[in-house]
Each structure stands twice: as structure tokens, then as C-alpha cells.
Write a protein that binds this ligand. Structure first.
Ligand SMILES: Nc1nc2c(ncn2[C@@H]2O[C@H](COP(=O)(O)OP(=O)(O)OP(=O)(O)O)[C@@H](O)[C@H]2O)c(=O)[nH]1
Ligand SMILES: [Zn+2]
Length: 341
């Protein structure tokens, strides 16, 4: 099956950075050393070029990820600049670099089940990640057939984001989260939140799993849909991700400001511009907590996520410093060499 690139979301933003003579395609799935790419000639498995592999060993963010637009010929040559990207903190211990979960998504669905009671802290963390990505966040409370959903409680933890209750069992609310033609949504949420069931419900039994195309090359149908870009009837696309445990924040300053815009707004009334709302006199945020206008829980959550983001940033800086030192040593060494008689 061939794809028109524009129906997959390709536009001038991407084509402007495509080198002459190269072809563009959209990554539907990534494996070690190769990706499945949706192209005008159908879905193809294309290996990474050596240059790309080397660049990625320096910085994993340079690796192609699901949703990326890549340029290729016989190999994937490069990743076109991302319009949006969801970046979590590195997963390996001691790794201060980020890991891209999905790229070029328009909407981030933060999936949280109605049962047990939605975890506001987890929603806030994922909202920071989503806002930081540049895409539009929507909080999707699944399994609404199992319990009454208190939308106001959730909305209080999600200023500026839409909050929807849905049920994959009854179909309630599903139409509101269907991505439009050429649009891409990604689902983020813990294991068991109901993401895969939601994807199947949106597909309505017509799921165009990229694996179906693969039957043509005799490798059989792939049932793993995790972190795969899927085409939905109606022309939208959705990226499912595996249940994420303990997702860490990477670069999340902007994302946190947006996720906690209510706190930031209150903070403008603090006496000190660098107030951390701990015990400072004239703190407008603490006053709002005392007056019952801002939940204490939310301030604690803001503090915790800010600390985490600051820690991640300091580690990134340390890495950049180390890298700069290394560069200097190389320069000095080569200068010494040149001065030798
Ligand atoms: N009653 C009810 N159950 C649901 C609904 N959606 C999902 N479930 C159930 O919740 C369980 C988990 O759903 P999954 O779709 O596998 O969850 P997931 O988020 O994809 O989980 P991972 O793949 O581990 O990340 C399954 O037993 C589903 O049948 C719903 O709308 N209503
Ligand atoms: Zn303050």
C-alpha cells in the first residue's frame, strides 16, 4: 500500500529541510539499526546509515523515533527537524541524556483510568512532558463505564488542557478524541490504563496495523502495536506507547510553567521575585493555600517536579561541561603538536 506523504502530515515545515535528491518517509516503528518507514512506495524496512548510527551514539535524541520524518535512499540518512517531540529523561542509570518517545504529534492524550481513582500527580507529570513537547495535551479518563468521573477534580490539576471521560466498552466520548485527517495523536499513560483498548476502539475493527502490510514480505503479521504509528479510518494517526513506569522529566522548564500556570500566576503576587513559596514573607502562593484557593497537594507536586527538572538540568550541564573540557584538551593537544619543532 502506497501513502501520499501529505496525508501522513508532510508539509513545507519538513520539505524545506529535505536535501535535494533525497526522499522523505514517516517512521512507523523503530528497531535496533533499522526503521519501518511509510513511503510513497509503501511501507519499507530501511537500515540506518553509519553516520546516523554514529551520531546517535553521541546523543540518543538523534535516533529516529516513531512519528519522525526521515530522509533516505538505500539507508536512513537523517531525521528531519521535529515539529514537536516528547522527550523523557534517559532510562539507563547515570544517563543524563533524553529519550524521544514520539515525534511530530499534534495531540498528546494523557490516559488515566477512572478506576482506581485518577492519580493527579501522575497527570501533572505527564502534562509537563506534554506541554514541553509543543503538542496540545488532552487528559483522557478511560473506563468511564466503571465509575463516576469527577472531571472538576481533574481539571483543577490540568489548567489549559481539555479533560474528557471516555469508555472503550460503551464508545462514550470516543469521537471527541479522534484525530482529524493528517493529524497525529500519541497515547501516554501507565500500564493497564486502557491505551491499547482505546486504539482498537478508535480503529473500530478496521485497524490498519502497519504489520498488515508486512504480510506481503512473508514475515507474517506483527501483533505488537507498541510505539507504532497506526492509521485510523478517517485519516488520522495514533501512536501507542508501552505503559511507562516512573517517567522522568528531562528539559521541562517551559512545560512545568504551562502545567502549573495557576501557581505561576499566583507567584506574580509574591513579594520576592525569586520566591520558592516555602516560608518567605509576603508569599502569594502560600496565602492562596491558606485561603483554600490552591490545594496544598498541588503546591507539593509543583515543588517535587521542579526539583526533579532542576536536577536533570544540572546533570545535563555537567555533561556539557565535560564535553567542552574534552574538546579543549583535543585543541590543546593539537596546538602542542604544531608547536613542536
Ligand atoms: N470496563 C472497561 N475496561 C476497560 C476499558 N478500557 C480498557 N479496559 C480494560 O483494562 C485493561 C487494560 O487495558 P489495556 O488497553 O491493555 O491497557 P494499556 O494501557 O494498553 O496497557 P499496556 O499495554 O500495559 O501499556 C484490559 O483488561 C481492558 O479490557 C473500558 O473502557 N472499560
Ligand atoms: Zn511565593
Amino acid at each position: 500500500m502506497a501513502f501520499s506523504l501529505s496525508s501522513l502530515g508532510f508539509d513545507a515545515f519538513f520539505s524545506d529541510s529535505l536535501e535535494p535528491g533525497r526522499t522523505a518517509g514517516r517512521v512507523s516503528r523503530v528497531d535496533r539499526g533499522a526503521c519501518d518507514v511509510l513511503t510513497e512506495d509503501g511501507e519499507r524496512r530501511i537500515p540506518w546509515s553509519g553516520t546516523l548510527t554514529r551520531a546517535a551514539s553521541q546523543d540518543p535524541v538523534a535516533l529516529p523515533c516513531t512519528g519522525d520524518w526521515v530522509s533516505f535512499d538505500t539507508a536512513v540518512r537523517g531525521v528531519l527537524p521535529r515539529r514537536t517531540s516528547i522527550v523523557r529523561a534517559g532510562v539507563r542509570p547515570g544517563d543524563s541524556r533524553g529519550q524521544v518517545l514520539a515525534a511530530n504529534v499534534d495531540v498528546v492524550h494523557i490516559v488515566e483510568p477512572a478506576v482506581p481513582e485518577p492519580d493527579l500527580g501522575r497527570i501533572e507529570r505527564l502534562l509537563a512532558l506534554a506541554w514541553e513537547s509543543g503538542a496540545r495535551p488532552v487528559v483522557v479518563v478511560t473506563k468511564a463505564d466503571l465509575a463516576e468521573v469527577d472531571l472538576d477534580r481533574i481539571a483543577s490539576a490540568a489548567p489549559g488542557a481539555e479533560v474528557l471521560a471516555v469508555s472503550s466498552s460503551t464508545g462514550e466520548g470516543l469521537d471527541a478524541l479522534r484525530p482529524g485527517p493528517g493529524e497525529t495523536a500519541v497515547l501516554l499513560g501507565r500500564s493497564g490504563a486502557g491505551k491499547s483498548t482505546l486504539v482498537n476502539a478508535l480503529a473500530g475493527g478496521e485497524l490498519m496495523a502497519t504489520g498488515e502490510v508486512r504480510e506481503a514480505d512473508g514475515r507474517g503479521r506483527h501483533t505488537t502495536v507498541h510505539r507504532e504509528l497506526l492509521l485510523l479510518p478517517g485519516g488520522g494517526m495514533v501512536i501507542d506507547t508501552p505503559g511507562l513506569r516512573g517517567i522522568g522529566l528531562h528539559d521541562a522548564d517551559e512545560g512545568l510553567s504551562l502545567a502549573f500556570s495557576d501557581v505561576e500566576e499566583l507567584a506574580e503576587g509574591c513579594r520576592f521575585s525569586d520566591c520558592v513559596h516555602q516560608d518567605e514573607p509576603g508569599c502569594a502562593v502560600l496565602a492562596a493555600v491558606a485561603a483554600g484557593e490552591l490545594p496544598e497537594r498541588r503546591l507539593a507536586s509543583w515543588r517535587k517536579l521542579r526539583r526533579e527538572a532542576a536536577w536533570a538540568a544540572s546533570r545535563t550541564d555537567a555533561r556539557l561541561r565535560a564535553e567542552r573540557n574534552r574538546q579543549w584538551k583535543i585543541i590543546h593537544r593539537s596546538m602542542r603538536g604544531r608547536n613542536r619543532p
